[in-house]
Design a binder for this molecule. Sequence first.
Ligand code: HEC
Length: 251
Amino acid sequence: MDPNRDNSIIRFTTFWWGLGAFFIFAVLLAVIALFNRTKPETLEDAVAKARYETKAKIEVAQAASLKKEAVTAAIPTVATKLASSKPTAVEKPEQVIPGSPTAEKIAAAPPVNTAAIDAAPAEASPIDPAVMAIGKVQFMVCAACHGQNGEGGLIAPPLAGSNWVDGPVSNLIRIQLRGLQGPITVSGKEYNFAAGMTQMAYQTDEQIAGVLTYVRNSFGNKASAVTPAQVAALRSEVGKPPLTVQDLTQP
Ligand code: HEC
């Protein structure tokens, strides 16, 4: 071997050059690792991120409208109120057992004071078109039995020209709240329908006032408007058995 190419000095430098090369390589790897530090993102990560962002937004919005402390403070009050409240008993006529205390209580209840409700209004106020509009919508149900123009038919007497319709307001309200059964004479003609009329107490005060104002001022009828307050004053009638003509104030 050529002694110039193999001597201890050359070996020594080669050793250090080799070591240096390894060192440079390591530094390069470290630099690459440094600049690629962000973790690769999976689909799940992406979805979770969106979820956390939404949650944070909701929490901010909730905190702005209702403080967490306020909710926590209200819980004991609401809980005691709920625990002490009882559902209101609904006494539907068909649920009342004849001879039961409830039936006796209903029978013993003083008759409602209809005189105040039936007192003629001090001055005839014009009929509100908005009230008539509410009534027209409600009347679609009545029309099924009483006819499109209140002309009556095989299952219900006429409302057009009926002496009951332009008669005392309390009759009309109570018929809505309790229903009506048995023979009835409408404008001199006697009717006796097997089924009678069911109560329609599910309607709001405004709806009953509207439909009654509507029938009192349609099909040639002309009478004062019925107010929601008049209906509200008779709400205690709900739950009592259906009316018969004897229960009504004669028109
Ligand atoms: C399921 C059919 C039916 C429906 C729906 C109905 N009625 Fe009647 N209505 C009758 C019957 C039947 C009578 C007669 C009751 C009787 O037998 O004594 C009557 C009687 C009346 C009377 C008294 C008698 C008269 O002709 O003037 C009025 C007022 C009245 N209804 C208004 C209404 C109004 C307002 C509505 C709608 C909100 C309505 N009814 C919906 C069947 C119905």
